[in-house]
Each structure stands twice: as C-alpha cells, then as structure tokens.
Design a protein around this ligand. Structure first.
Ligand code: GLA
Ligand code: ZN
Length: 744
C-alpha cells in the first residue's frame, strides 16, 4: 500500500503496479462544432452528429486567475443525470472554475474495441462550458478496459521477478508495447480531434502519474538497444559496469537483462542504467501521447501530473516535453507539526516549480483526507486555506483537488472530496473549499508571477538513485532527509529556495548547497568552480565526490573532482550507530564568528585540509580535534565543507553566516539578498514580476504572531499593510508591494 515518502510526510512511495503499488489573458473565442466529422464509430453513433453550435460565451481565461478545480468523474454517474446538474450548481457555489475530466474514462469512451461513446462527454463538456467552467481534458491511458487486456495480453506489465500481471488496478501496462502505444494513440487522437475546438478545453492532462516499470521481453530488447546506443560495444559496457567483479563479464548482448531480485542485483551500473532506461521509455510513451493531441491542438498546453520528488521517474527529463509542470501532493497533516509537514510540502512544490522555472499547477490535493495513508486524518479548520495558499506561495497557478465527488464504491470511496456521500454543500469541507475559492479569486494578478530562488539546493535523480542503490557505507543513507534539512535551514532565513538538478544555471544564487553530492557527473565540478569563481558560496558535505555517472569510485582521493574546490582530502568516513553522537566545536578564531558546540550524527569524516582553513572541529572519539567544517577561498567566492551530519540548529547558524557574507558581496545579480527575520513558525515565500512583489506569510504555529512586512496592500483582506502583520494560528496574508530593493 501507499507508504510514506522519503520525507515521511508529503509523498507516496509506490510499488510496481498500482496492483502492488499502493494503489498504487484572453484567448480567442472558438466555435465548437460538436466534434470533427468522420469520427470513426461502429454500431450506435450517438455523439457524432451534433446540431448544437455553442458559441463560447466567455474567453477561456478571462484575465489572469489562479485556477480552482477538481478531478471530475461524471462517467461514474451516467445513470443519474440529475447529479450532473447538481454538480454544476454546487461547483459554482464552491468557486470551481476548472475541472479535470476523463482521467480514467477509457472504458466509458470505448466500451468495446472500436466502439466509441463520446456523447456523454460532449454533454458534460457543453454543460461545463455553459456554466463558465473550463476543462483540463485527460488522455485515459492510466487505466484501461478489461477487453483490452484480454485481447492483447502483451500490454500487461511483467514484474521484476518476470511474472506477467493479470488485468487489474491501473498503470498496469508496458510502455514499450507497440500495441498499447497504438491503442493509446488512437483514443488520444479521437479525443483531440473531437474536442479540439471545444471552447471549454483549457489544457491536456496527459495520462496520470506516470510511474512503474515493465520487465517483459519487449522491454528487455529495448533496454539492450538503449545500452548498445549508449556504449557502442560490450567492452565499454563491461568497463562501465565493472563486470570483472564476481565474474559478471558479458560476452553477448543477449545476456544482458534488467535487474531482478531473482537475478542481478549486484551491478550498480546496471541498476542505474535500468532506471535511466525506464525514464526514457516513460518519456517516449508520454511524447507519443503529446504528439497525438498536439497534432490537433498545437496551441493547447499539455501537462502531466507528477508526484513531487517521486524517485522512480527522473522528472527533469520529462519537463522539456511539457508546456506546464503540474503535480499532485497530499501533505500528511497531523503526522508531525504543521510547520514540519509544511516545510516538506514546500520542498515538493519547489522541486516541481524548478523543472521549468515557471508557475506550475497543483493538479491534485485533497479537500479533506486521503484514504491510502496509514491514518486518514481530517484537516482541522483553517488548514485547508493555509495548505493550499502555500502551494500558490511557492509558485502554483492553480489549486485543484482529487476529487469533486466521492465515488459510491470501489477503491477510493472513502477518499476526501468536496462533495461527500451526503451529496450536498452543507458541510465544513465544502465551506472551507468555497472560502478558498473566494480567496483565490482575489489573487488573480499573482498568476504568472515567478518565485526567484535566492539560494539553491542541488537535487539530482542520478545522485539519488546511486546513493540509494549503493551497498554501504551504511544501510540508511539519510540522503532525502539531509537534503530537506539543508532546504529547511535556508528557508528559515526567509529565502526563496530553488531545488534544482545539476545541469541548471547557478550564477544567480547567493548560496548553493550540495549536500551528499556522491555522484559527480562530467562537467559538474567545472560548473561549480565557475560559480564560485564569480563570488558564489558553495556548501559541500561528507560523502561527496565519490563516484562518476556509472557508480565507479574516483581514484586518487575523495572528494574526487571536487577535491581542489573543497581544498580538503577525505581519508575516511565513519558512520555512527543511532545511539552515538558526535560534536562539532567551533574554532576559537574562525572567519564567520560562530561560537559553540553542536551535535552531529550518522556520518563523521576524517578529512585533511589542503588549501582550506579549519572553522570547526570534531569533538568526540579518536578524530577529536580534526576538521569538521572548513572554508576554501576560491577566486571571488568560497567553498565550505561540512564533514559531519550536523544538527539543524548548526545548519541554520551556518547558512545565516554565509548569507550575511553573500549580502556583503552583493553576489545575487537579480537583487540584494538578506535574511528576513521571521518568527520560527512563520513561513514566507515571495512571488514577483517586474513591477510587484507578493509576500505570502503563513503562520504554521499554534499562537498568534506579529511579523514585519513591507508596506503595501494585503490582497485577501483588501486592507493596507503598514509594515506589520498579525497572524493568528494558521493565519495567512498576501501583501502586494512595489518591486523595490527596499522590500526585498
Ligand atoms: C493520485 C491519483 C488519483 C487518486 C489520488 C488519491 O494522486 O492520481 O487518481 O488516486 O492519488 O489520493
Ligand atoms: Zn514491457
């Protein structure tokens, strides 16, 4: 079943199938002609000839707005048409202006092969449009009809232990299967052809949460082709995978197979390449779907809903194919303090925002509770507003839910929805949703504005996969937790933080944090050097510069290609038992004037400064007195090396000092950077365009807080802000201020 994500609070882990997976401005008016002529229909033709000519009564996006919407499944209610009308009435009451349609509607659209039923969707699209609601229309490839699996068993996934799945659940398909690609392309094309000119069509939602892998014969062949292209020869592959180990040398391409718990698990280069291949196949499938709809609607945006930091798919590889990045997030409120959960949620938003560095869409979150979690916790009053505004604060141009109405039966009947089984609007969840809709209505001008990260955290899928897959130096590597610790420490200084992959430009950041940079790709060390050279501040930590892209250890001393930059040589890495603790003791004289003793845990490195200065030392065990924190001047910038997993309090102090240093150097070219003093429980995120800045404040705490804020207008209440705000528990405020240096 769905488990906790790496951070434990916001994300989901998925098993293979959704079987085993945890369930698992103005736009020109267009004329809708009821679907293109020639839509192939067999048997009953109900939706092909439509007399209705709907003139778009309003532009699809009249002015800027933050969309407010939900996944809508009218196909579950086709025998109760009155429900559709009730839905429309209540959607308007809830200020819903967008719905996502058709995500799992394949069986309703094509109940038998080649037998099409679009009439219900025509009607729903028309009625939504008549009611001023736009549609994000999905391609239905995420789940398929039973007839399809029966007729073409090759579409069903084969698990890593080489078992063909039975029909069931969703996402249970092979991305390589030509048959599945063909059938998907056919239905996608039909949808696109039919609704290309429908005035309700806002965007395409391509499939649903792409994930999972297939180990069938077709996938094995495709994997070998991928490897042949990558390596050219078996000799090169054998070198890259270090196959002389345990007699693994491949002498024929046919011998190469995907990793399996019943087979090869020992070759980490193979495991890494397999994960890369899975992303390549996922993207190829997605591109095929995008091509199918773009053929009819080249100007309609496409997106696919991603799952934040979900480790299976290398999202930065998918991003170039998308017009907009979108995501699903279900913060597990109640599993820890609101602030903790919110910090993790913020991280997830920033991962997805940084894929394209433009506003993203929050495609799914729950209006109340989830049904796949350990505990289905309700959101306490006020949390819905705070949680959803947080997404907007981090760059979302939409707040959409899973789901509008609870289904009566099956897997998700207890999942939160705006409309519950009572079927009416007189509920707390409905009221809070409608209130949020009203608030979003006041924030329209925020749409399209950007969040500019003042600091960045490097977070790269190859590094994550490699660390996770590495045998040693300890079982739990704590990589995901560590990245989030650094992110939180930077966020607590009131900075916008970008979470970027290693190829993204660095020059505008005051600070770049690269915790546990275990895998160093070709060119990364040079990019980091260039960043620091121009005055950048880089923080590196233990367990960095260990392997290349193939998981082959760098020879000649760690941190490998980062050694010159860090100015240290790492001789040994000690890892600690949970009950052990280390200490970090500041040097009596240190360049950043930190004074104190802090704890460290899990990792302690024995390092030797080469060109670096020692700023703090380890305070325990036989390495007592050896460097724990060093700094290395590098042209106009500096590199900081942290040789232990330090407690968060230390990280906050350290980043605070580094930030003051950056402020003095006026490093950030897009504006001055400085710490914004905030009460511990208050989160600040800033969105900007060339003229205005929008300061989003959220009080995640249990007591009222007063914060210093720029002078401007508080948009949600419509009152002036004179430099101070009082935020009640879970209180939010959005202050619009002129874009001047003074307010940043
Ligand atoms: C995912 C899926 C939805 C639904 C929700 C439930 O995000 O995309 O179809 O299952 O989970 O939380
Ligand atoms: Zn397959």
């Amino acid at each position: 079943m769905a488990g906790r994500g790496p951070a434990g609070k916001t994300n989901r882990s998925m098993n293979t199938l959704e079987t085993g997976r945890a369930e698992i401005g103005h736009v020109p008016v267009r004329i809708w002609n009821g679907g293109r002529k020639g839509t192939a229909m067999k048997g009953m033709e109900l939706g092909g000839k439509r007399a209705t000519q709907l003139q778009a009564t309003q532009p699809r996006t009249a002015g800027k707005k933050i969309m407010h919407g939900a996944d809508y499944y009218p196909e579950q209610w086709l025998d109760t048409p009155e429900i559709l009308e009730e839905d429309l009435r209540m959607m308007k009451l809830a200020h819903i202006d967008t719905v996502t349609l058709g995500v799992f509607a394949w069986a309703a659209l094509e109940p038998e092969e080649g037998f099409w039923r679009f009439e219900w969707l025509d009607r729903v699209m028309d009625r939504l449009h008549e009611n001023g609601i736009q549609v994000i229309l999905a391609t239905p490839s995420g789940a398929r009809p039973a007839w399809l699996a029966k007729a073409y068993p090759e579409v069903l996934r084969v698990t890593q232990d080489r078992q063909r799945n039975l029909y069931g659940m969703r996402m249970n398909h092979c991305y390589t299967s030509p048959r599945y690609r063909e059938l998907t392309k056919r239905i996608d094309s039909k949808l696109a052809a039919r609704y290309a000119k429908h005035p309700a069509l806002k965007a395409w939602h391509i499939s649903n949460e792409y994930h999972g892998e297939c180990h069938c014969g077709l996938c094995q062949e495709a994997f070998r082709r991928f490897l042949q292209e990558k390596y050219g020869s078996l000799e090169k592959l054998n070198q890259a995978w270090w196959t002389a180990f345990w007699s693994k040398i491949y002498t024929d391409w046919e011998q190469v197979e995907s990793p399996s718990s019943r087979g090869e698990m020992a070759v980490q280069g193979l495991a890494l390449d397999w994960k890369r291949f899975v992303t390549v196949q996922t993207k190829a499938f997605m591109d095929m779907e995008i091509g199918a709809v773009k053929a009819y609607t080249p100007d309609i945006s496409v997106t696919t809903n991603m799952i934040g930091s979900f480790i299976e798919v290398d999202y930065p590889r998918l991003a170039p194919s998308l017009d907009v990045a979108s995501m699903d997030l279900y913060p597990q409120w109640g599993s820890a303090s609101c602030r903790e959960v919110a910090m993790d949620a913020g991280f997830e938003y920033d991962v997805i925002r940084c894929l394209k560095m433009t506003p993203f869409w929050l495609m799914e979150t729950t209006p109340s509770m989830t049904s796949w979690t350990e505990v289905g916790k309700l959101k306490e009053p006020g949390l819905h507003r705070a949680g959803c505004l947080q997404a907007v604060a981090h760059g979302a141009d939409s707040v959409q839910y899973f789901q509008w109405r609870k289904s009566r039966g099956a897997f998700e009947k207890f999942h939160g929805a705006i409309i519950g089984h009572s079927g009416h609007e007189h509920t707390r969840v409905f009221r809070e949703t409608a209130q949020l809709g009203e608030i979003l209505g006041k924030l329209g001008e925020v749409a399209g504005t950007r969040c500019r990260g003042e600091a960045a955290v490097l977070y790269d899928w190859s590094n994550r996969w490699a660390i996770e897959g590495s045998m040693g130096p300890r079982k739990n590597k704590y990589y995901e937790e560590t990245v989030r610790e650094h992110y939180r420490a930077l966020r607590s200084l009131g900075l916008n933080v970008d979470v970027i992959e290693e190829g993204q430009p660095l020059e505008d950041y005051a600070i770049v944090a690269a915790p546990m940079l275990y895998l160093v790709k070709v060119g990364l060390a040079e990019a980091l050097e260039a960043y620091v050279e121009k005055g950048g501040i880089l923080l590196l930590t233990y367990f960095s510069g260990i392997v290349d892209e193939n998981d082959l250890c760098f020879q000649g001393g760690f941190p490998g290609p980062l050694r010159k930059l860090a100015g240290v040589w790492v001789e040994e890495l000690d890892t600690l038992y949970p009950e052990e603790q280390g200490r970090i003791v500041s040097m009596p004289e240190n360049s950043i004037k930190i004074h104190g003793i802090w704890t460290s845990r899990d990792y302690i490195e024995v390092i030797h400064p080469e060109t670096a200065a020692v700023e703090a030392v380890h305070g325990t065990s036989w390495y007592q007195g050896m460097p724990a924190l060093t700094s290395n001047k590098w042209e106009a910038g500096s590199v900081w090396y942290l040789a232990a997993r330090a407690e968060e309090a230390f990280l906050k102090i350290l980043y605070g000092k580094l930030l003051s240093m950056a402020a003095k150097r006026k490093k950030a070219q897009a504006g001055p950077v400085r710490q914004r003093k905030l009460p511990e429980e208050v989160e600040l995120s800033i969105r900007r365009d060339g003229t205005y800045q929008y300061f989003f404040y959220i009080n995640w705490g249990r007591r009222e807080c007063t914060v210093k804020a720029p002078e401007g207008v508080e948009l949600t209440g419509g009152h002036e802000c004179r430099g101070e705000l009082v935020l009640e528990p879970l209180g939010t405020a959005v202050v619009k201020a002129a874009y001047t240096e003074r307010c940043s």
